[in-house]
Design a protein around this ligand. Structure first.
Ligand SMILES: Nc1ncnc2c1ncn2[C@@H]1O[C@H](COP(=O)(O)OP(=O)(O)OP(=O)(O)O)[C@@H](O)[C@H]1O
Length: 788
């Protein structure tokens, strides 16, 4: 038996013990549930509550155990004896150094040490019957060295092992030796080392339509972010493929583990597109955190609305700009003030007709508008001011000498008149309640918009904005993600008028297991289940959540000022994790966005991290992308790619526009044949629908994407079509192209169209270095162009 087989056998033994223990726990949970059901027969309220609590706890336990049963053991560290008591700033024991006498010298002057402790790491902690850990939860402080130890700072770790298993079978082990010069002994035998690096194995795997977790191979610089204390703003920058999204999601799971009571149900992850939401939403459940974190795309952040349209870049630039906040403040007032109310108000009081004419009504309206509350909430003020004007006009005040009597008469007048149908109907027309959508739709009227936008927008901008809003329907279809941010602003400006109080919900947010000992125990199991279903539901309900405890913003470089305002409203009391890459920004006014970002995050201090290693792209592809980055953002430092496939990107050319469809089909087919996983075809936003029709009926491993939709996604192979078109679509076009070129994990083909001015090697102008003509493109395949 060779070393590898022996080591696999040893890990298999451990896994068998763990499964044995898990089986015991499952039986225990099943027994508890059956027992609790029996107790429920008694039927007294006390017994019912007890049954509820037990069934609930056991059921939760059971469902977790069943879920985590697969592949939950993935790591192991072998440690030297440590100095007790020292902990890192995050409370993890990473900085626990070896005890002074942990390493000794042997007779030949070499270093030798005994392994003092072995820890297995998994998705869930498991203790044996004596409370000795069989598996440690990956988020526990004791597991941190598994991720953090490096040969430069090994701490106590001598050997780190990644264990691959399927079901109950251990398939392989991969070791890293953190102290290569040390002779380490485990139970008197030299510590064996197997394999050639778990990370590279993980990176080379094929990609599907769902992102997978990286729990077995989190790298030290990533782990620092994941475990950073939560109190402030954690800001993470890093180039494409450095694991920003992965790290952000693992951080959510880590925060829940650290302080479930605080974070359960209270973490919001904001993602740029619905595609990225569906790509990433499997990661948290795979880490055992189902339903505890809300992941939403920017266009779905406001309850009741779902963006389903895109704006051209120039329209997006108007809608996203901070000036819209001022414009919308005028719109919110304007839509109420322009109300078509009757020009006079007539009531009968004290047997006489009392009337307010147009001038008086205009004066009252000005007075109402002077209030500082949100517009819809000014209606009570309008009511009061109208009644006051009527009272004054009636001349009744003069009839009372005694101020007390006068006040009484006035109150009676307010009550009587205020309840009359005529008055109420008038009030509803005079100060109507407007919904955010009505206000947005009002802006589609170019003349009105021009009036509101005076000195804020140029006439051309007014025209473009009004035209783009004309596609929005009264039931809210045709909205873009930018429109949704405007709706949120309008909602804040208009305010939601008070409604009858909805039925009280449970305590929300509290973890059910923790809650058993606390207030939530008073609710029944059924109520709690209902609450959970309710939490997951994406319905149009009045009550929207704004009090998240932690907000994670992915692809933060792309948020417009108006989107920062929208996101900021959801985390006024929150701590934040903000991840992004300025080099991938498709937003053109970064200073304006930075100012609104500062406002959204409040005065909280920031802790900054930079991720430097590109885990997605092979070096051959990264080199081509780096060339584009140098043009798009001179001076930007690209991340370092750690993998090489030996395959250079391919350049193909479609000489005429009519050849493009066939060329796209042929190149896509070729890539489908070359990789076993997914193929992404990235085209300019304007070409999206056409390109989809060209590729209709293709293998379902293939996806056609507009350049802005490609954000954050990845494919085994990418076909970038007509890059000049992608660049031309916006002033940030070169950065958008950089995003497109960095989506692939294995193969990249760039297909030039007629506008791309490919050189003799087929390399389009957008990918050639800016230097003198004729210089070879970075990473270009040598030899004749792959001409079709
Ligand atoms: N430590 C790791 N071990 C294994 N895979 C990793 C690791 N870190 C990142 N990856 C993988 O690298 C790929 C890129 O990660 P991710 O999408 O999080 O990067 P990103 O920085 O958000 O990229 P972009 O800026 O392009 O959106 C993913 O497939 C991720 O699973």
């Amino acid at each position: 038996m060779d070393v590898r087989d022996r080591e696999i056998r040893d890990e298999q033994r451990h896994l068998d013990v763990v499964y044995g223990r898990l089986t015991e726990k499952i039986h225990e949970a099943e027994y508890l549930m059956a027992d609790a059901a029996r107790r429920g027969q008694v039927g007294t309220p006390g017994a019912l509550a007890e049954r509820d609590a037990q069934v609930f706890q056991a059921g939760l336990h059971l469902s977790r155990l069943n879920r985590e049963f697969e592949d939950f053991l993935f790591g192991r560290i072998d440690l030297l004896a440590g100095k007790d008591g020292e902990r890192g700033p995050d409370g993890a024991s990473t900085s626990v150094e070896p005890a002074d006498d942990a390493v000794t010298e042997d007779a030949d002057g070499g270093q030798v040490a005994e392994i003092a402790e072995t820890l297995h790491i998994g998705r869930l902690g498991v203790l044996d019957a004596e409370y000795v850990p069989l598996v440690i939860d990956w988020r526990a402080p004791a597991a941190a060295p598994f991720y953090r130890a490096t040969p430069l700072r090994p701490g106590r770790v001598v050997r780190r092992r990644v264990i691959r298993s399927r079901g109950r079978r251990v398939l392989g082990v991969e070791d890293d030796l953190l102290r290569p010069g040390l002779r380490a002994l485990l139970d008197g035998r030299e510590l064996p080392v197997v394999g050639d690096g778990a990370l590279l194995a993980a990176l080379g795997r094929e990609r599907g339509h769902r992102m997978t977790d990286i729990v077995a191979s989190i790298q030290a610089e990533q782990d620092e972010v994941i475990r950073a204390p939560a109190g402030k703003v954690t800001e993470v920058t890093g180039g494409p493929g450095t694991g920003k999204t992965a790290v952000a999601l693992h951080r959510a799971a880590y925060l829940l583990y650290q302080d479930r009571r605080r974070y359960a149900g209270g973490i919001l992850v904001v993602s740029p597109t619905p595609l990225l939401v569906s790509y990433t939403e499997g990661v948290l459940p795979s880490l055992g955190e189902e339903g505890q974190v809300v992941i939403r795309a920017l266009g779905s952040l406001v309850d009741g609305f779902e963006a389903d349209a895109y704006d051209e870049q120039r329209v997006a630039a108007i809608k996203g700009s901070a000036v819209m906040a001022r414009l919308l403040a005028r719109v919110a007032r304007g839509v109420t003030e322009d109300a078509e109310a009757p020009r006079t108000l007539r009531v009968v009081a004290f047997g006489r007709r009392v009337e307010l004419d147009a001038d008086e009504l205009a004066r009252v309206r000005r007075q109402v508008a002077g209030g500082s509350a949100p517009v819809n909430l000014l209606r009570p003020r309008a009511r009061r001011l109208l009644l006051e004007a009527l009272w004054h006009r009636s001349g009744a005040a003069a009839r009372y000498q005694d101020p007390e009597l006068a006040a009484e008469a006035r109150d009676a007048f307010f009550e009587d008149i205020g309840e009359e149908d005529v008055f109420q109907e008038f009030l509803a027309a005079f100060w109507p309640e407007r919904t955010p959508l009505q206000a947005l739709l009002a802006m589609a009227d170019e003349q009105r918009l021009a009036r509101w936008a005076r000195r804020l927008l140029r006439p051309r901008e007014v025209r473009q904005l009004a035209r783009s809003l004309r596609r929005v329907t009264p039931d809210g279809r045709g909205l873009s993600a930018h429109d949704v941010a405007l709706l949120d602003e309008l909602r804040a400006l208009l305010g939601t008028p008070p409604r009858p109080a909805p039925a009280r919900r449970g305590s929300g947010g509290l973890d059910e297991l923790d809650a058993l000992g606390g207030v939530a125990e008073l609710t029944t199991y059924a109520e709690r289940l209902e609450r959970r279903a309710d939490r997951g539901e994406r319905s149009q309900r009045d009550e929207e959540r704004f009090d998240y405890t932690h907000v994670i913003v992915d692809e933060a470089q792309d948020l417009t000022p108006m989107q920062w305002r929208m996101v900021g409203r959801r985390g006024r009391q929150a701590s934040w994790t903000v991840v992004g890459d300025p080099a991938q920004s498709s937003w053109t006014a970064p200073d304006e966005a930075a100012a609104e970002q500062r406002a959204a995050l409040g005065g909280r201090s920031r802790r900054r991290f930079e991720l430097t290693v590109n885990y997605r792209n092979p070096a051959e592809i990264a080199r081509v992308a780096d060339g584009v980055l140098a043009r798009a953002m001179p001076g930007a430092r690209p991340p370092r790619a750690v993998r090489s496939t030996g395959v250079l990107p391919r350049y193909a050319v479609a000489a005429g526009a009519d050849e493009l469809p066939d060329a796209v089909r042929a190149e896509a087919e070729r890539l489908l044949g070359e990789v076993t996983g997914t193929v992404g075809v990235v085209v300019a936003m304007g070409l999206r629908a056409t390109a989809r029709s060209w590729l209709a009926g293709a293998d379902d491993r293939l996806v056609v994407l507009g350049s802005l939709e490609a954000k954050g996604l990845e494919y085994d192979a990418t076909l970038v079509v007509a890059p000049a078109g992608i660049v031309a679509e916006s002033p940030a076009g070169a950065r958008v192209l950089y995003v497109a070129l960095t989506r692939s994990t294995q193969r990249l083909t760039v297909l030039s169209g007629p506008e791309d001015r490919p050189d003799a090697a087929g390399v389009p102008e957008a990918l050639r270095p800016a230097g003198p003509a004729g210089e070879p493109a970075p990473g270009a395949a040598p030899g004749p162009a792959a001409r079709r």
